[in-house]
Design a protein around this ligand. Structure first.
Ligand SMILES: [Fe+2]
Ligand SMILES: [Fe+2]
Length: 399
């Protein structure tokens, strides 16, 4: 590169600043300094850039040429931008436009029949956005995963009783509210007896369940009030709670979970779907898994779904509890040489209008319970709460 070319380029620096590209600058130089061709000037501009990088004018970022609003087609915009900056090909402009769309730099586009508006954060490009999604989902996955597992250590010595109550359906005309209250009061009053709840505290029929919603005599707001009172009856004896499908209808429709809110206030262990709890009692550890419902339910063999949960679930539990089915069933089964228990607590709603039409008889309100030994692996199971209470008191009196 000669001295003469360097001088011309320095003299015409303002043209370089204004030019949309180096090619554009070379074209203008070739018009006035025609002793060199356009290609010749391009070669010298390139050499000048390598030799004096500090003197090269800083041109505005090409992306700033992308308009905030564009009503035409993307191809048309790419062609228009290519005219302004021919050093960037139409294809490259299309890619830049795509990125701009993702980071919200272009906020509006009109099609023939409709108009779309992007409200993405304008600062993020697609890679940043992806990373942010990766981080957030990693956190949510871990939080969700962790929140299904818990450990509960009992400070009290002696045998510990755990009752399983489910499907209260508070507010339903066919619910045995009296029995429900008596059971709660008995659990609260019995030493070393606790409870784990399996969901469907309230009937909670809502707009998308129009027929039963019309028939319910007590509205959901009052049902929740009664449920709050019912939970208070247990005093501090509630170990854990999972929600039922009826409880979750509110959060499904409104994004507000009344049950979750109540239990958060009380500091009680809660999950909307599943809890796997390690109960530490004396020198022993017992594993309990609780869900309200699970795929693979069978009306004829209600215990089967619990065994299925042991087989393809994540916990090697000793006691599996699944609510939702209003017929109480308790069944032992053996896995890895150890006796396990499948418990379906049944319901306090003892008549099911729909069930009657199918030939199901009325159920009995139950609240099964287990007695867990603190010194050896021993699980005694009772279908009747009162029988369990009598056994628990007898065992602890002997201790
Ligand atoms: Fe239920
Ligand atoms: Fe249910």
């Amino acid at each position: 590169m000669g001295q003469r070319e360097e001088t011309v380029i320095r003299d015409k620096m303002s043209w370089w600043v204004e030019a949309s590209s180096d090619y554009d600058f070379a074209q203008r130089l070739a018009e006035t300094e025609d002793w060199r061709s356009v290609h010749g000037w391009r070669y010298h501009i390139k050499s000048f850039k390598e030799k004096f990088p500090d003197e090269v004018p800083k041109r505005a970022d090409a992306n700033e040429l992308i308009p905030l609003h564009w009503d035409g087609s993307w191809k048309e915009l790419a062609r228009r931008l290519n005219k302004q900056r021919p050093d960037i090909t139409v294809g490259a402009w299309e890619k830049r436009i795509e990125n701009a769309k993702y980071r919200g730099a272009i906020t509006q586009k009109s099609f023939t029949h409709f108009e779309t508006v992007h409200l993405d954060s304008p600062e993020k490009d697609i890679e940043q956005l992806w990373k942010q999604v990766e981080d957030t989902t990693r956190e949510s996955l871990l939080a969700h995963q962790d929140s299904r597992w818990a450990e509960v250590s009992f400070n009290k010595g002696g045998y510990i009783g755990v009752a399983f109550a489910s499907d209260q359906h508070i507010g339903n005309s066919y619910t045995d509210h009296e029995q429900m209250r008596r059971d709660a009061e008995l659990i609260a009053a019995t030493d070393n007896l606790f409870v784990i709840h399996g969901g469907d505290f309230v009937d909670n029929f809502m707009v998308d369940k129009a027929k039963p919603a019309m028939r319910q005599r007590i509205p959901p707001s009052v049902q929740w009030k009664l449920a709050y009172h019912y939970l208070n009856l247990f005093d501090e004896k509630i170990v854990a709670v999972v929600a039922g499908n009826h409880d979750l209808w509110t959060s499904g429709l409104t994004d507000f979970d009344p049950l979750g809110q109540i239990l958060k206030e009380k500091g009680i262990l809660y999950h909307s779907n599943e809890l796997n709890i390690k109960l530490l009692i004396g020198s022993q550890a017992y594993y309990v898994s609780v869900r309200h419902q699970r795929r693979g339910n069978s009306a004829l063999h209600p215990a089967r779904v619990v065994k299925k949960m042991w087989e393809d679930g994540e916990s090697d539990f000793d006691i599996g509890v699944i609510g939702h089915n209003h017929v109480p069933v308790i069944e032992p089964f053996t896995r890895h040489g150890r006796e396990r228990w499948a418990i379906r607590p049944g319901s306090y709603k003892i008549i099911d209008g729909y069930g009657e039409t199918l030939g199901f008889t009325r159920d009995r309100p139950t609240c099964p319970m287990v007695i867990l030994s603190p010194t050896e692996r021993s699980i005694q199971v009772f279908t009747e709460l009162r029988d369990g209470v009598a056994a628990l008191e007898a065992l602890n009196d002997k201790c």
